[in-house]
Design a protein around this ligand. Structure first.
Ligand code: GRF
Length: 203
């Protein structure tokens, strides 16, 4: 199976996914990483794993549509079974999302449906929640709302600040994202009426 990964920044999720692919001998390959920022530290991670990168700087495109269409056709040529958003900071068009429906996943730094959008750690602290975390979900055209595949939970402590909390959340992201991808690759994920069931492998 072919996987493509889209990033914009640090690439720590990209790194753990590439490590899992290497260590667990997935029956799949990350064929290409797409990035929309020339200065993304994640580019060096892709390179260090020998994964080819396509840089598509959204600022080089006159409109959002033009960027999206170019991204769509570049990704189509990889014929991916799975498109993984790993810190990709662009909202994708409905056309893009519909085209890859059921094989486009994202990780969001909160326990959805709480705290969609940006600045989730500040929002969690402000709300005084005692548990926070991360969610892997299918992407639909509504932002941060798609069917939930996996969640990881972390405690919120009295002394927390957004930075400390984000580090704790990232650590749990690094566990649940490779796991969710593994389930997908092993056909363990079933989506019906907007609800995901994960079925254990038959022994
Ligand atoms: C993660 O916190 C993820 O939840 C959010 O973007 C961040 C990406 O981090 N969507 P990294 O680039 O994988 O380190």
């Amino acid at each position: 199976k072919n996987i493509v990964i889209l990033i914009s920044g640090k690439g720590s999720n990209l790194k753990v996914i590439l490590e899992a692919q290497r260590e667990q001998g997935w029956d799949a390959r990350v064929t290409r990483v797409f990035c929309n920022r020339v200065d993304a530290p994640g580019l060096a991670i892709a390179e260090s794993f020998g994964v080819p990168v396509t840089l598509l700087n959204h600022q080089d495109f006159a409109t959002r549509d033009a960027f999206d269409q170019s991204l769509l056709s570049e990704i189509q040529s990889e014929q991916p079974d799975l498109v993984v958003l790993a810190g990709f900071m662009r909202i994708l068009s409905r056309e893009f999302v519909d085209y890859f429906a059921g094989r486009l996943i994202n990780i969001h730094p909160s326990l959805l449906p709480s705290f969609p959008g940006l600045n989730t750690h500040q929002a969690a602290l402000k709300a005084g929640v005692k548990w926070h975390g991360a969610t892997v979900h299918f992407v639909t055209s509504e932002l941060d709302v798609g069917p939930i595949i996996a969640q990881g939970v972390v405690p919120v402590h009295n002394y927390d600040n957004p930075h400390l909390l984000s580090e704790r959340v990232q650590a749990i992201e690094h566990i649940i994202y490779p796991k969710a991808i593994e389930w997908f690759l092993k056909d363990q994920i079933f989506l019906q009426d907007g609800i995901v069931s994960v079925i254990p492998p038959q022994s």
